[in-house]
Write a protein that binds this ligand. Structure first.
Ligand code: GDP
Ligand code: MG
Length: 163
């Protein structure tokens, strides 16, 4: 596989909703990475003529509410290893949480394209609320709504450009 794009972030920010919106074809559901077997959802997609494989991290089997911080950290580290690009999803409704900061700290050291997606920006009124995510120190961000699709085109434009 080439052009692997991993979607990372803490539970309930909307990773799976984004994955489902972007994916056109699903691959194997269970994969074994570094000896750790876990549910990892793979899908295929393309944009502007660039094909890529998407990975939805975060363990559907675990249930999204009681994932341990350690588990999230592990998933992010695996994603950093195997992905060519990373979409880091955060939630504008909740703002920056300590776990977001931790993930950002891991990602800031990575020499791969990182796309910060501020999700749940369902309407223009929430655009202003997204500004605080500059404080994660990852630079520019993309405001998106995985539910209604707004902003996802701009995110994919930027992503495809780096593939
Ligand atoms: P995950 O745990 O990061 O995979 O998050 P999910 O994709 O399971 O979404 C968690 C919750 O957020 C679900 O109730 C989704 O319907 C909701 N959600 C996801 N994206 C959006 C969005 O763009 N806007 C709003 N309002 N809700 C969203
Ligand atoms: Mg999920």
């Amino acid at each position: 596989m080439s052009n692997i794009v991993a979607i990372v972030g803490r539970p309930n920010v909307g990773k799976s909703t984004l994955f489902n919106r972007l994916v056109q074809r699903r691959d194997a559901i269970v994969d074994s990475v570094s000896g750790v077997t876990r549910d990892r959802h793979y899908g295929k997609s393309d944009w502007n003529g660039k094909q890529f494989s998407l990975i939805d991290t975060g363990g559907w089997a675990i249930g999204s509410d009681d994932v341990f911080e350690e588990e999230i950290r592990k998933q992010v580290e695996i994603a950093i290893d195997e992905a060519d690009s990373i979409i880091f999803v955060v939630n504008v409704e909740e703002g920056i949480t300590p776990m977001d900061t931790e993930v950002a700290n891991l990602l800031r050291k990575v020499k791969k394209p990182i796309f910060l997606a501020v999700n749940k920006v369902d309407n223009a009124m929430r655009d202003a609320d997204a500004v605080e995510f500059y404080n994660l120190g990852l630079g520019e961000y993309y405001t998106i709504s995985s539910i209604n699709g707004s902003g996802t085109g701009e995110l994919l434009d930027a992503l495809a450009e780096k593939l």
